[in-house]
Design a protein around this ligand. Structure first.
Ligand SMILES: Nc1ncnc2c1ncn2[C@@H]1O[C@H](COP(=O)(O)OP(=O)(O)OP(=O)(O)O)[C@@H](O)[C@H]1O
Ligand SMILES: [Mg+2]
Length: 504
């Protein structure tokens, strides 16, 4: 069997580029990853002008790995490279190499490279290479099934097989390069890693602009893109595309012919917290508990210098777990200091502190699910920061002195020993975490008691309106007592909001 773009013998797994211009993707369809795009352009340039490189004696990288979290646009960028470079583009997904039969993988690899060489200059794109490129003799690939290994070995042979000036470039996408077989990363194989990360606020603004163009809006796209970028911290490109589509769907369900900010907000809330449960009637007592909890987060964040100020807080129940949530303006810096970490810990504990101190119903303990999760993740935070590293890619500038300069690989980094430190060190870490959380909780409790009146006001307002935005908090709490000395990425975005939303 063979479809229009498949190749005989590879079972149709390889897809050659769809030549229909309407389906083509170009660099203009990708935003928020300028550096990655620039690097990729170098490849496109090489494929178009190989002579120039040969003449000067430059070696062209044979392959590049696109590395990044899910939905950040790796596959999209590969498609755009295909669209821009105007050379044959052969794409296959890693999992398609290794299907059912032993030996199929290796032969598919061989055929793939044969085809690519036939139509030089060309690009091979192996999506989700994780499924074949995992380290040999490691973890899940040691199941006695050597199919992965032979496939991987064949890939290595093929990548060595063509000369450096050959016009075949191999691109591959992966979520986590650390599990990749080191042999693949050697020079003259995937010797370049192109990081495609989640976009920052400016990137999100640009990505929103791409998708907003396709939607009928009640105001200009830039009006929306800036606000939406500020409301979607942590979203990758895929999330942004989803927000836009959902907003349009919500507009239609509401019988509107254009999309408004309200629809976008509903879409974002839905994606963050799950569907709003309009029918889920919370008991009065439950509502109060949630309102006091969220008000605690909000007030703590407002009055702690290094905490992330609140963007929005709601007590509309959503999804299966969340009874409400608070959304913050996140710190997009790559370094976090001890002070910042402390304030953020306090802010996280603010919910529980407020609940227990101002609204000490028994229910508070039942509504502990979220708290437990939060405290659990705090401990995790504390661990990682003891270890000087973090899953978020943050580097802490401060480590616990008691743990010293030690830093341990995490389990999911492929390190097999579950506990790479002694019991004594574990005790030290445990104690450090406990002390840290206790100290933060005491501080938070003190703050909540001190701002008791404001917490009550916010909680009551929440009960009345269900949703509060930053400008509502501003009215009750006044200006935040701290002016950040340096402007943040968010300032230009939030400024527009305030001017407009403040009455008068
Ligand atoms: N930087 C971006 N600019 C524009 N759209 C984007 C961007 N990133 C993602 N998208 C949108 O999200 C969709 C999914 O992205 P894509 O499939 O490229 O993610 P990925 O990085 O390959 O994820 P995975 O690791 O899960 O395969 C794209 O088809 C596109 O609509
Ligand atoms: Mg992908």
């Amino acid at each position: 069997m063979q479809d229009g773009f498949g190749f005989c013998g590879i079972g149709g797994a390889v897809k050659k580029l769809d030549n229909n211009p309407e389906n083509k993707v170009f660099f203009k369809d990708v935003a928020g990853c300028d550096e990655a795009m620039q690097k990729i352009m170098e490849f496109a340039h090489f494929l178009k002008n190989p002579k120039k490189y040969e003449e000067i004696g430059a070696k062209i990288p044979k392959g590049a790995l696109f590395v990044g979290p899910p939905g950040a646009g790796k596959t999209l960028l590969a498609k755009a490279t295909a669209g821009e470079s105007r050379v044959p583009f052969l794409s296959i997904s890693g999992s398609e190499f290794v299907e059912m039969f032993v030996g199929v993988g290796a032969s598919r690899v061989r055929k793939l490279f044969q085809e690519a060489r036939k139509c030089e200059p060309s690009i091979i794109f192996i999506d989700e290479i994780d499924s074949i490129g995992g380290a040999r003799g490691h973890g899940k690939f040691t199941d006695g099934n050597s199919e992965h290994e032979t496939t991987l070995n064949q890939l290595l042979v093929e990548m060595d097989g063509f000369g450096t000036t050959s016009g075949v470039i191999v691109l591959a996408a992966i979520n986590r390069p650390d599990i990749l077989d080191k042999a693949l990363l050697r020079p003259s194989r995937f010797d370049r890693q192109i990081e495609i990360d989640k976009p920052d606020i400016k990137g999100r603004d640009q990505i929103f602009q791409i998708y907003l163009k396709k939607i009928k809006l009640d105001s200009s796209p830039t009006y929306f893109s800036q606000r939406l970028a500020a409301l979607t911290p942590g979203f990758a490109g895929a999330g942004i595309a989803k927000v836009c589509n959902e907003a349009a769907v919500i507009a239609i369900t509401n019988d509107r012919t254009y999309v408004t900010m309200e629809h976008f907000e509903a879409a974002i809330d839905w994606i963050i917290g799950g569907l709003e449960k309009k029918n889920k009637v919370m008991r009065k007592l439950e509502c109060r508990t949630v309102a006091y909890h969220e008000a605690g987060h909000g007030v703590a964040g407002w009055f702690l210098e290094y905490a992330e100020p609140l963007l929005k807080v709601t007590i509309a129940p959503r999804g299966t777990a969340a009874l409400g949530f608070a959304q913050y303006i996140p710190n997009e810096n790559l370094l976090m200091t001890k002070e910042q970490l402390f304030d953020i810990t306090c802010m996280t504990l603010g919910g529980r502190a407020s609940e227990l101190s101002l609204h000490p119903a028994d229910l508070a303990l039942l509504y502990g699910k979220e708290n437990i999760i939060i405290i659990g993740s705090l401990i995790y935070y504390m661990y990682i920061f003891c270890w000087g590293r973090s899953r978020l890619g943050l580097r802490m500038t401060w480590r616990s002195e008691k743990v010293g300069l030690l830093s341990f690989p995490q389990k999911d980094e492929g390190y097999e020993r579950t506990q790479p430190y002694s019991n004594r060190t574990e005790e030290i870490i445990d104690k450090e975490v406990r002390d840290w959380v206790t100290k933060a909780y005491d501080r938070t409790l003190e703050l909540i008691e001190e701002k008791r009146e404001q917490v009550v006001k916010i909680a009551e307002l929440l009960l009345e309106r269900e949703v509060l935005h930053k400008h509502d908090l501003l009215k009750v709490l006044g200006e935040r007592p701290f002016k950040s000395s340096e402007p943040t990425n968010y300032d230009p975005f939030t400024k527009g909001f305030q001017e407009e939303q403040q009455p008068g």
